[in-house]
Design a protein around this ligand. Structure first.
Ligand code: PEP
Length: 250
């Protein structure tokens, strides 16, 4: 049984004091929600304080990226070890904004994933096609390349805790959500790929989240799909009341 994971990606939003105010309110709103896992990924600067604030709570802390090395001459980067000490459990990797704005390649994402796993953190690997790729009929080919490149060379045992997020680029921050059927088709395809790589049983355990303009109004229909195991929520996770409504779907 895959426990749903509802994850918030704040991107470059919220200062330390704004994070604290949010978390205090959000904790009250989701108190008692136990049948689904909740994660929030604030910016790096707020992680330490958020880790202190969430210690002992059922809300998991996430980071929005991580470097592959433990330390070194990598100006502007943050290591998995640094994140772990802040109380981080999950690390988002390969987000489309990292791929398309900052030029992260499949190989860099594979290396980051390796560093995250070595530190005992859980990767949330984001994959997804652009509008141009979808219109050219290349969606599944793009998903296959992104999934295979990131996961090649790892054993099923090493990938314990892996989460995948299907995030069609055309749906991120656009208000244009994939239909539940479109999401299901991509999720089933990704699960099939995982089956080819690691066997059917392991593939059946991996949670595959949908991301792209998820809101309180569309979460339930997405979650009703058999291969949609949660959501990665950007814009709608910035307000505690709205995100709590998404968490409490159904
Ligand atoms: C995201 O940033 O991963 C995302 C899905 O954003 P939004 O929910 O705003 O589309």
């Amino acid at each position: 049984m895959r426990k749903p994971l509802i994850a918030g990606n704040w991107k470059m939003h919220k200062t330390v004091s704004e994070t604290l105010a949010y978390l205090r309110r959000f904790r009250e709103l989701v108190a008692g929600v136990e049948d689904r896992e909740i994660m929030i990924a604030p910016p790096f600067t707020a992680l330490y304080m958020a880790g202190q604030e969430l210690a002992g709570s059922h809300i998991r802390l996430g980071a929005q990226n991580a470097h592959w090395a433990e330390s070194g001459a990598f100006t502007g980067e943050i290591s998995p070890l640094m994140l772990k000490e802040c109380g981080v459990t999950y690390v988002i990797l390969g987000h489309s904004e990292r791929r398309h704005i900052f030029g992260e390649t499949d190989e860099m994402i594979r290396q980051r994933l390796s560093g995250v796993l070595s530190a005992g953190l859980k990767p949330i690997l984001c994959v997804g096609e652009t509008l141009e790729e979808r219109e050219a009929g290349r969606t599944m080919e793009v998903l296959e390349t992104q999934v295979r490149s990131a996961l090649s060379g790892f054993s099923a045992a090493e990938l314990q805790g892996l989460v995948i997020a299907y995030e069609p680029v055309w749906a991120i921050g656009t208000g244009r959500t994939a239909t539940p059927e479109t999401a299901q088709e991509a999720h089933a395809y990704i699960r099939g790929l995982l089956g080819d790589l690691f066997g059917k049983d392991r593939a059946a355990e991996v949670r595959i989240l949908y991301g792209g303009s998820v809101k309180p109004e569309n979460i339930a229909s997405l979650m009703a799909q058999p291969d949609v195991d949660g959501a990665l929520v950007g814009g709608a996770s910035l307000d505690p009341e709205t995100f709590a409504r998404i968490v409490k779907y159904g």
